[in-house]
Design a protein around this ligand. Sequence first.
Ligand SMILES: [Zn+2]
Length: 711
Amino acid sequence: MIFFLILASLVFIDYARAADLNNSFQNPPKYKWAGCENLGKCKLDGFAKPTLLILSFDGFAKEYLERKIVKSLELIAECGVRADTVYPSFPSKTFPNHYTMVTGLYPESHGITDNNVFDPKISPDLLAMRKSEAEKYYEGEAIWSAYKRLTGRPAHCLFWVGCYFNNTGYKPDISPDYNQELPLQERINTLISWLKLPAEDRPGLITAYLHQPDAAGHKQKDIDEALEDVNRYIDALMENLYDEGLLECMNLVIVSDHGMQVLNKTIEVEDYVDMKGLVLSKGVVARIHLNGTDKTIDEVTDEIRCKVDGIKVNTVKDIPVRKHYSKSTRVGDLIIEGKAGTTFYKSATDGGDHGNDYYNENMHTVMFARGPSFRKNVKAPPFQNVQYMNLWLSLLGLEGAVKNNGTIGFFDSILKNPPIRENNWNSMEECPTFGSADVLPCNERPSNVWKKLSTHLNSCPSIRNLPLYSTDHCFQSNCDTVLMVHKKEDSRRAVIETLSRSSSSKKSRSSDGNFSYINTKYSSECPIFKGNQTFFTAGFEEINKLASAQYEFPERFLKNIFLPLSIKTEEYLNRFGTLFVISGLSADSNLDGISDIQVSENPTHFYRIIITCTGSWLSKNPPLCKKYDEMKVLAFVFPILDGKSTMDCMVSKVVALRKTKRKLQSSDEVLLDYTSTIEDVERMAGIQFQIGALSHQQNVWLRRNITTSLW
Ligand SMILES: [Zn+2]
């Protein structure tokens, strides 16, 4: 209560000043604060630690920068940081993403899985997350809570998702009720008044939110005017900070939650699905919860799956791992997405909306930063908004204090004094050996084949510096092909291959599926194969056909995924000449994105990482290009499913359009959908990826590299 009184009086005292500021607000921006001469030279007392001000503009699409209206952002970037691209988390809605930005957690982990959430354990109805009854839905720890809990210092909030709730015992000290009508100048006055509080009361962290330009984007009207307002707001705020001598005493980070997509199509889910006993959450992403129906998920799914061209109907079992949308029951049983421009909401289609996959460029958004902790005129590489939490923690001197889905060190390159970090290198152990390397045939082949192979195995250089590490696995070297096997009786294994175009020309397709051998250095027994197994290795040479690198995949998996992936891998090999490929089986039966702890007889996912250099190679295992910028990485995680999935709809299209170009496009669509980051693979497979010769920063970027198109 006392805080509210202080706030009220401060706003009141500032009124006289606000009057003439309001006046200046109407004037064209003067950018009085522009320039970097005094960057970081704070002259005020009591700002030993710069205050962190996080400012969000709802729905600021990356595309808006091209309109050249918000000049303030360019001027901020000149003395600070700009991001190349910021990817929202899935679904790209306001509530999930604002809460992701302050927790570093994917929506499946912080509980705000959409703007409206259904959780029968809390409420029998679908509930809007802006309502005050939503408190119990908010999980995880937001930055203001961590800051207050760990430093005991105040944190204030001017309208941010989650600010009003106290799920940890530490909510912002001041957090006025949401008021969309609050004039821009009054918002600025409030922020300035907080920053001018005596040192002991002054917040070290402020989060602030503005609903524009999202509101204009939804209407698809007056967007440029909204951007002009945003520009004037930033200019006025910066001018006020400058006039008060505060500008150089704080770190300012401007963020946004998502972009905006023009709508052109409405699909009514109810036209296809009988809604009895179901709960439907509408929007650009529609979600259905089974709630008191006798029907199974598959039965409900069948009512709409493959019925409408261009829509994907996922369940938690087949939704791509990269979306991180499977771990919580709050995501729903069916997750339905259309092509860009489609909405599952009965609304006028002359507006805009968001919620799409981050593959949709229109969803991409922005980040700008300036202040004593940031370097001047630098660009951050593309990143997803789960990375923010570690940046806040690091700026507030609390690095590593709260676990989240970001990667520590991602933003080192934009910070003035990042900590010195070493690669945390461990070498994987070689599996127990039983003598010298030789070939034990597991299939009938002419003896000259075995002799050649045996000579090859005996002339292998020893393996050093593998880029993979796992305490549960050991490796078996077979020259350019390295097998990683689980130490227990477990299905999880991987093959590391260095492929070159010249060797692929010697491939013998006829031996596919009926050629395998054991290297006697590691084993004296051929595995017993049950049924039809497929080599999951990427190479076509006989050396790649290791007996242990086989698995009996379901027919559907082979047709929808494995064949297109093999064709794609070969296409890349022909194009780039050399590929470094890791292919493996992983087990994540509870779909939390993390490798199961218990021994797994049946893998749940198959992954492949492909690395190449667009220039010259320094080393082929570990993969290393002459220049870091010339390194390209692509990672995939596929569910190994027997049952029907939305991929079948894409494939039936393939059959119908066989021999046309669209055939390839269709399988590309499946492959692209199941790309992931290397870090997703790491968690899923229980392995760690690191190239010792790269810097810590480069390794982090490589591991968090997000793919938005295939090569
Ligand atoms: Zn939004």
